[in-house]
Design a binder for this molecule. Structure first.
Ligand code: SAH
Ligand code: SF4
Ligand code: F3S
Length: 450
């Protein structure tokens, strides 16, 4: 008899990919995806701990599920991901209704852990070692061999190329929640990509917290391949139409990687390059290891090599000690680079990070005001950037649609809503030519060209 599995995912693409892997692993054990936690046999919360708010969401959902569990005592409730890694002990002590705690590197154990629970061999399961699951052969094979999840996004997939982070930005939990940097063997990555493409996948995003240092630290297998070389190899896979990657640390952005944007046809001209702040004093306290000047030089080189490249970034406002002048420097940087888009956040203290100990914390209302100012400037720049596409014909990869109204993305990752003749049957993953006639701050509108 099939069992119902509900997975709720918080956080980044790494977590999205991990949820997919868990779903695929458990599908082999007879679990089918459920649309809601009500009535499910197993509920997994794949958690994020990057900011305080993210963690609060997890604990409030766990609170609600206490009631669900009271209604349905046979429900097995599990916590996975970065909060499980960081707060496993606390969850175990304070949340007796949680049956399963699985750290970021232990998800491959999930089927056995669930089997022991369902057979009544144990009443609680915890696995939070941070030893690097890529190093474990069954996990490598599992990543490759698990069949893809069904539509709607079967044409566009993530492939994890490395785990962890060695950078220790002073505000960040990731080195603690994901462990040391470890690169996956090239042969495994290539095998996974080839299988996906042979199954009809058209777009691949290579994932890691800092893909630029792929192959440089803690290699699992002997490989002399660095990230630009890996990109070139993946790009050769026949049938792959678009290639993307995320995320990159500016300090490790090499000339060789920049040249990839000019030389690899299917590498999309969209680059997420988090700068975090426009003030050198703040960058230094963040332990980012580059200056605003270094960053701007890299942006200039990128644009020389690939004039159409769309740049996106992450910004933290209200880092401890951030003065009005520091914040103004971030606004100036935004005006100078004119990012196509950005993710911006109010700084929040995180456990076991260095900046949590810093003095001169910025009051909540100052952080909120700075965030609003930043976002409103970004919105107007995003609108200007998107307006540059008006009158142009762009290539759009179709994502979804109903009738003659479709939605897709440009190589620069802009969302496009467009209309097509009623008879046109554009399935997700098709590349279409679209004439853009309207721009908003978050999306474009246009008409299909034949
Ligand atoms: N590895 C990626 C970022 C991962 S975290 C990189 O280094 O670029 C995603 C974003 O969350 C970060 O870029 C940062 O802007 C934000 N962030 C991380 N820790 C934070 C904190 N303590 N408070 C607020 N924002 C934070
Ligand atoms: Fe966090 Fe910095 Fe690593 Fe990104 S590079 S994950 S911000 S420590
Ligand atoms: Fe969140 Fe962990 Fe990703 S903290 S951003 S889910 S690496």
């Amino acid at each position: 008899m099939s069992k119902n599995l509900y997975i709720k995912t918080f956080g980044c693409q790494m977590n999205e990919r991990d949820s997919e892997i868990m779903e695929q692993m458990l599908a082999q054990e007879g679990y089918v995806p459920a649309a809601s936690p009500e009535g499910a046999d197993v509920v997994l919360i794949n958690t994020c701990s990057i900011r305080e708010k993210a963690e609060q969401k997890v604990f409030s959902l766990l609170g609600q599920l206490r009631e669900e569990k009271a209604r349905n005592p046979s429900l097995l409730l599990g916590v996975t991901g970065c909060v499980a890694q960081q707060e496993g002990e606390r969850i175990r002590e304070r949340m007796p209704h949680v049956d399963l705690i699985v750290g970021t590197q232990q998800i491959y154990q999930l089927p056995e852990m669930l089997a022991r629970l369902t057979q009544g061999m144990t009443t609680r399961e915890t696995a939070t070692d941070l030893e690097g699951s890529f190093a474990i052969p069954p996990f490598q094979k599992l990543l490759i061999n698990t069949p893809p999840s069904p539509a709607p996004h079967s044409f566009r997939r993530f492939v994890t190329i490395m785990q962890g982070c060695n950078n220790y930005c002073s505000y960040c939990v990731v080195p603690g929640t994901r462990g040391r940097e470890i690169s996956r063997p090239v042969a495994d990555i290539m095998e996974e990509v080839e299988i996906l493409v042979s199954q009809g996948v058209k777009e691949i995003t290579l994932l890691g917290q800092n893909v630029n240092s792929y192959g440089k630290t803690n290699k699992v297998a002997d490989t002399e391949v660095d990230f630009p070389q890996l990109l070139r190899q993946v790009a050769l896979v026949n049938g792959l139409r678009r290639l993307r990657f995320t995320t990159s640390h500016p300090k490790d952005l090499s000339e060789a990687l920049m040249r990839c944007f000019a030389e690899i046809d299917i590498l999309c001209p969209h680059f997420h390059l988090p700068v975090q702040s426009g003030s050198n004093a703040v960058l230094q306290r963040m332990n980012r290891k580059y200056t605003v000047e270094n960053y701007l030089e890299k942006v200039a080189s990128l644009r020389r090599l690939c004039p159409d490249i769309a740049l996106a970034t992450d910004i933290i406002v209200g880092f401890p000690g951030e003065t009005e002048a520091d914040f103004q420097a971030t606004m100036d940087l935004l005006q100078t680079v004119r990012f196509h888009g950005s993710f911006s956040f109010k700084y929040s203290d995180r456990p076991h990070t260095r900046s949590a100990e810093f003095s001169d914390k910025i009051p909540e209302e100052v952080k909120a005001r700075r965030l609003m100012e930043f976002q409103s400037l970004q919105d107007s720049i995003s609108l200007e950037r998107n307006s540059e596409s008006i009158g142009r014909e762009v290539e759009v990869m179709v994502e979804s649609g109903e009738g003659n109204r479709l939605r897709g993305r440009t190589p620069a990752n802009q969302i496009v809503h467009f209309t097509a003749a009623p008879a046109s049957s554009l399935i997700p993953g098709t590349l279409a030519r679209v004439q853009i006639d309207h721009a908003g701050k978050h999306s474009l509108k246009g008409t299909l060209r034949n």
